[in-house]
Design a protein around this ligand. Structure first.
Ligand code: PMP
Ligand code: GLN
Length: 432
């Protein structure tokens, strides 16, 4: 085996390749009768459900709703980003790194200081041992880690299974890779997956089972039995597991369990996370992928031609963050839990019904009791009605399943308490 071989045989599909030009042409943007732009962008856009039937390319829901918040002055509970800075030690470390001249390309796999800090973090919180030299890779946010992983490990026609609702970048990368997206529904009232749905989705065609735990947008934290079932099915069908754990420290009831810590999981799991949520540095885009060395080498083969490297002075700063005392991580979760409870109470008193999230920083609220059956319509009107921006859950759901999520709205609570109280008061106007 060479250094970049991965544990399953490639499945090149000649018949799929034959009609790829036709597929791409069909999906081109045809603006004002001009010749449309050919290329793989349309697979990414269509995957993420941003390409309309009319060929119109739409912005992501996050871009659209943040622009709406900016233009209306509404409180932005749409795009998930904190409105306060993270730990001063982390911010200072970045400033220091710039002053110390850490401003040139870091090594391709990431700076050793950060890779060692990630390894120590996995050991400290989860008793997981990984070699910082061969089993991890620093990336431009979790987003690049996800895209590079999907591009590196799938062949055309391979299936990638995710939960639905799903984070938009998964679907874009799956489309770009010419892989096939299969989903496991997360349904009200709990948004926990049904074991039968999991068994039905994962088959011998599955190359990657891509989980997100804690889950965006529902805030679901997967039960241990679900993780065990996923590992068993990955073995049965010789699939890889990719676990997006960017909200690993934003969890309210019990410590996070990485799926890689389950028996039999480590050798086929790639764990992806980033510093954005944990240290309130979403703009720094420092992420990572951790897994067996051969798989990491395969991902690096792609990653090095996406960004090559990024964020030199931010890498040692995130390393400082990962080494902060336990009290930092405890307070992060407990402070966020208070915010969750403030916004949840506000939404309930405004007339929504909510699903209490166990992790991440989003709460899903049903607007049906308020007479709003179409959340997308409501979200566009919400700045005018209540001075608040949120995102409809349908943005995370494929067209054929939208009906099941039609009246659901995602509100982000990673904001100052007074902002959440103000938003709650304004949302109270909806029932007047
Ligand atoms: N995965 C999920 C589930 C997310 O919610 C996000 C961003 N909010 C990302 C990945 C991307 O993380 P990053 O900003 O580190 O690229
Ligand atoms: N992950 C963030 C969210 O779910 C948004 C990041 C983005 O805009 N791509 O709100």
């Amino acid at each position: 085996m060479t250094n970049t071989e991965v544990p399953r045989a490639d499945q090149n599909s000649a018949e799929n390749t034959a009609d790829k030009t036709a597929v791409a042409r069909d999906s081109q943007v045809g603006a004002h009768g001009q010749k449309p732009i050919a290329g793989g962008w349309s697979r990414a856009a269509r995957g993420a459900m941003l390409l309309g039937d009319d060929g119109q390319l739409h912005p992501t829901i996050f871009a659209e709703m943040s622009a709406l918040a900016a233009s209306t002055g509404a409180i932005n509970l749409g795009q998930g980003f904190p409105d306060q800075d993270g730990p001063i030690e982390v911010l200072e470390a970045a400033r220091r790194a710039i002053s110390d001249g850490i401003n040139q390309y870091p090594p391709g796999p990431g700076m050793p200081v950060l890779r060692h800090a990630i390894a120590t973090h996995q050991q400290r919180f989860y008793s997981l041992e990984f070699d910082p030299d061969t089993e991890m890779l620093v990336t431009a946010g979790a987003t690049e880690a996800l895209t590079a992983t999907i591009l590196a490990l799938t062949e055309e026609g391979d299936e990638v299974v995710t939960f639905e609702p799903f984070y938009d970048s998964y679907a874009a990368a799956i489309g770009l890779a010419r892989a096939v997206h299969r989903t496991i529904p997360l349904r009200l009232p709990s948004f926990q997956p049904d074991p039968d749905d999991i068994r039905a989705a994962i088959t011998n065609r599955t190359r990657i089972i891509l989980i997100n735990n804690p889950h965006n947008p529902t805030g679901t934290v997967l039960h241990h039995a679900t993780l065990t079932l996923i590992v068993a099915l990955a073995h049965q069908h010789d699939a890889l597991i990719v676990s997006d754990e960017v909200y690993e420290h934003l969890i309210f009831d019990h410590p996070h369990t990485p799926i890689a810590s389950l028996p039999g999981a480590r050798e086929r799991t790639i764990t992806i996370s980033s510093g954005g949520k944990t240290f309130s540095t979403t703009g720094w885009k420092i992420g990572w992928a951790i897994g067996p060395s051969k798989i990491i080498a395969a991902i690096l083969a792609v990653k090095q031609f996406l960004t090559y490297v990024n964020g030199a002075p931010f890498q040692p700063a995130i390393a400082v963050g990962l080494g902060l005392p336990d009290s930092f991580f405890r307070n992060l979760a407990s402070d966020l839990r208070v915010k969750r409870d403030v916004l949840s109470a506000g939404l309930v008193s405004a007339g929504f019904t909510i699903t209490q999230p166990a992790g991440a920083y989003f709460v899903v609220a049903d607007a049906a009791p308020l007479g709003h059956l179409d959340a997308a319509e409501l979200c566009r009107a919400l700045p005018g009605l209540a001075g608040v921006v949120a995102v409809p859950l349908t943005a995370f759901v494929s067209r054929e399943h939208r009906r099941d999520y039609r009246s659901l709205v995602r509100f982000a609570f990673c904001k100052r308490e007074e902002v959440l109280r103000q938003a709650s008061a304004q949302l109270g106007q909806l029932s007047n």
